[in-house]
Design a protein around this ligand. Sequence first.
Ligand SMILES: [Zn+2]
Length: 495
Amino acid sequence: MWSDRFNTQHLVRHDHANAQHMNAIVINLLTTTLLLSFSGLNSFAQSSYAIQNVSIITMESEAVLTGQTVIVENGIIKSISPATKSKINRKIKVIDGSGKFLIPGLFDMHTHFFQEQGEHVNTNETELKLMLANGITTARIMAGHPSFLEAKANVKDGKWIGPELSVASPQLVGKWPFPTEFKNYEMVASESQAHEAVSKFKQQGYDAIKITFMMAKPIYKAVVAAAKKEEIKVVGHVGPIVMLPSALEAKQQIEHMDMFIETLLPDTSYNHGQSVSDYNIYSKAAWETVPYLMESKIPALAKSVKDAGIFVTPTNYFFISNAGIPEADEYVRNKPDYNYIPSKLRDEKWKYRENYIKKMAPLASREKYVRIRHMMVNELWKAGVPLMAGSDAPEFFVVAGFALHDELKTMVDSGLTPYAALQTATINPATFLGMNKRTGTIAVGKEADLVLLNKNPLEDINNTRTIAGVSSGNRWLEAEALNKMLEEVKLVLGK
Ligand SMILES: [Zn+2]
């Protein structure tokens, strides 16, 4: 969430002054020559293959189809039929799916690039490999920049290997009080500027209009109106100026459950009160409201969100594992993820965590905050609000690819079934992005965005990490290839 806007350094400086207003990876076969080079993409592209005798979790229903053979031709699922009855063309590659589980390729609906942080080095291509190796075949980049549109085009044109990208516009803000070298924002200070910005970003090829903060209500409304006219979605934060009711009325797609927790304040304090949404996890005053938050109000909150008909990306793993109960330092250092954080950024992240975030609130408040964030997700799910899994990588020690699996686990910790958690990273985002006719589930005629798992994710959601192979459109990559890819990524990012 922070990289939505600027370096954490800048936040620290600014926030001391004014915390209140800162609202944010088989199988068999002849792999050898195929795996030698990742720069010569065509040398290992497998666009036609069969996965034999596999269990399929189609995500079109909860039923697991056992003993199936999936035939992919030129990147499209050609047939799904019982292994005993399927006829496989001898010329194509055959992958033994025995004992394995096939799920649709995963979506990370809230992610960023390291380019937004620190020294603004462009490692976009490498970061996309990190996502793909972790089973992510579609990613939504939540703050816009021309280099991100280039990344999207490079993947689409087959120049780069990585997930298909949906790129939100540079974030629209009312003010930009920070010294910034990387321009991932656009100031809109009037209604006419709002209209101009929306049509410009639509024209430039961005997939949504990203809202961040400090926007006066009439300007927010102008952005919403302009986006409606241009037929482009408004997505992102909700701040204390706009507040939740107006965002729901506008049917904005909301990230981080921003301003949800404020509705749990006692009625007398809601209108002027702020709690720990978004940036306010950096405000001691906001944390002081936590003992007063009323959990009994959560079902009504969930109903109002359901009635608005919007999609919500909770990014709960990010908030819970950082602002809530920070993961132990040793745990963070020992996670494989840690090796993919540029060393130049690690020190800053540690300092920030020690000097700032750990000192915000007593344990009891943190525990209540964690409980409430889980309860909100649970009630939203029970109310029928379509949830979407988003990592908010690469914030803090949240690393692209790996963290999406943490978010899925966090969904289950909130009470979702493993199947429901998988919906948040497959069919739900595909539906939101209007891609569900071609991806998001496993069906004949759809693109072969697939993840082959060694273990059943419906038994334990952590099994989404047991990746035996990934198919992204017309490219099949087995575990060995994915591991090699990860090693290459580590050499670039972790140095
Ligand atoms: Zn973000």
